[in-house]
Design a protein around this ligand. Structure first.
Ligand SMILES: Cc1cc2nc3c(=O)[nH]c(=O)nc-3n(C[C@H](O)[C@H](O)[C@H](O)COP(=O)(O)OP(=O)(O)OC[C@H]3O[C@@H](n4cnc5c(N)ncnc54)[C@H](O)[C@@H]3O)c2cc1C
Length: 459
């Protein structure tokens, strides 16, 4: 294990996570290379009563992969992956990013439902539920977990699966990093040979009718089809017509994983309906190419981000109009992402899990991105007002996109029944709340071996 303390030349780089807003200074970063390293780092942190932050890919918007004054367990070098093509299964370590896992599985024509960005970590994404374009067909990422190997708060190594510790297995599929450090995942894979996908670009004035068309299309679309919608001020990406660079626009990115011969028929209403897109780059492509369609900005490590995801049962006309009005008045740094849910997600293919709002048809992500002042009220306010306005129609927030970790929002992520069950589970597996930098489930016990909150600050 490599220990990086503030006097180490690599400290400043090693303490950073993806969101520049989470600018924290841990006492040490323990770069763990094995489960034994994790056990050793945990024993050390507990002995010295230091807070523990666990980092997989470090992509979480709340910056839970770091902390002030504690020990960060940096798992980024744990990247072993093995694929068994006959069993359609993979075993993967928690430091892998999605691009790395996809590359390994796609060599065998297989894939696991994952996010739309190759730089997201597999660990945090899976533990929080995990939605992606394959989810309408094969369920959430967490629906496809066969087992978790984890180091628990008391330093033991246990496996959670349908047969071993089934209640823990239920909680780990959506309950986040509350119950231990996952050192290995077992995944079920699916055949994915390619995809017909690509951006359809519209000017801002098309937005009200484009969103209604997209909503109506999704209501009857087959499960092999999915959609993400970007409502933004467009960066100068190759697929955006030049006159729309830095202008407000709406981009639909549909995917079709079925027979390519049917792509035109299935995606036709979005491509050829009214209004017609200004640019249409839908084409057959490799799944790994699709996952790279939306690259991160080159300077994203300096970017402050505040985004929150809400799960919606439906997109009514009133919700569409309200979202668009907020976008119009929110300034160029405010964007909205709408993602298709439904299909297999609603059918819980592997049985019930801690991920709760399976009847949601859409997620709505309200997102502010800016440079300069980390807590800029001018950028935070429109985003916060945006998700608050969605509360009357939202089923709950999404654990993986929760920048405001207040207890009421964590309860809303799970709903009262699942939350109560998670509290019981947390009390059994982590009664001292060692793993607290997450959508935190508070244990019932009051006993604590950790510093008081003012000593373990976490913005
Ligand atoms: C560009 C971008 C695109 C995204 N796209 C999608 C998307 O399409 N769909 C979607 O559902 N989400 C998406 N997300 C959200 C993403 O799923 C979350 O940010 C997720 O938490 C990232 O996981 P990570 O391992 O990179 O994060 P980290 O910040 O490393 O960790 C997140 C949480 O998981 C815990 N954790 C990490 N590793 C472990 C471990 N091994 N054991 C126990 N706990 C652990 C951490 O302590 C923390 O609480 C996206 C995020 C970004 C930045």
């Amino acid at each position: 294990m490599q220990l990086i303390t503030p006097d180490h030349p690599d400290y400043d780089r090693a303490r950073r996570v993806r969101n520049a807003r989470a600018d924290r200074r841990p006492a040490a970063i323990a770069r763990c290379a094995s489960p034994e390293d994790v056990q050793e780092a945990l024993a050390h942190a507990r002995r010295h009563r230091l807070p523990v932050a666990v980092r997989g890919g470090g992509a979480n918007v709340a910056g839970w992969g770091t902390c002030d004054g504690g020990v960060v367990f940096d798992l980024s070098t744990m990247k072993r992956v093995t694929v068994d093509p006959d069993a359609r299964a993979a075993e993967a370590e928690p430091g892998l990013l999605w691009g790395e896992l996809d590359a390994a599985t796609q060599r065998h024509g297989l894939a696991l439902p994952g996010p739309r960005n190759p730089e997201v970590g597999i660990a945090g994404h899976t533990l929080g539920g995990g939605v992606g374009d394959l989810s309408r067909q094969y369920g959430l990422t967490s629906d496809n977990v066969l087992f978790f190997d984890l180091v628990t708060a008391d330093g033991r190594r246990v496996r959670a699966s349908a047969d071993e510790h089934p209640e823990l297995f239920w909680g780990l599929r959506g309950g986040g990093g509350n119950f231990g450090v996952v050192v290995r995942f077992g995944f079920r894979l699916h055949p994915v040979s390619g995809v017909v996908a690509g951006p359809l670009v519209h000017p801002a004035e098309h937005a009200p009718s484009v969103l209604r068309t997209a909503r109506d299309w999704l209501a009857t679309a087959p499960d092999q089809a999915s959609l993400v919608i970007l409502i933004w001020t467009a960066p100068p990406l190759p697929f955006v017509p030049e006159h729309l660079h830095f202008e407000r626009s709406v981009v639909l990115i549909p995917t079709w994983f079925g027979d390519p011969a049917r792509a035109d028929e299935v995606l036709g209403p979005l491509r050829y309906g009214t209004p017609m897109p200004l640019a249409d780059a839908v084409r057959p492509m490799a799944y790994t190419a699709y996952q790279r369609l939306l690259p991160s900005p080159p300077d994203h490590t300096r970017q402050h981000v505040y985004n929150r995801g809400e799960l919606l049962a439906d997109l009514s006309d009133a919700t569409i109009d309200d979202l668009l009005a907020r976008w119009a008045s929110g300034g160029p740094n405010l964007s909205i992402v709408l993602g298709a849910l439904g299909g297999a997600i609603g059918r819980a293919p592997a049985g019930p899990t801690a991920y709760t709002h399976r009847d949601a048809r859409w997620f709505a992500e309200i997102c502010a991105q800016w440079y300069g002042e980390p807590d800029s009220p001018a950028h935070l306010r429109p985003a916060r007002d945006g998700w608050r306005a969605l509360q009357p129609v939202a089923l709950g927030p999404y654990a993986n996109l929760l920048p405001d970790p207040e207890p009421e929002w964590v309860r809303a992520v799970y709903g009262p029944a699942a939350h109560e069950r998670l509290v019981r589970l947390k009390t059994v597996w982590d009664p001292d709340n060692v793993f607290r930098f997450n959508a935190n489930i508070r244990p019932l016990t009051t006993r604590t071996v950790l510093p008081r909150p003012e000593e373990a600050t976490h913005r």
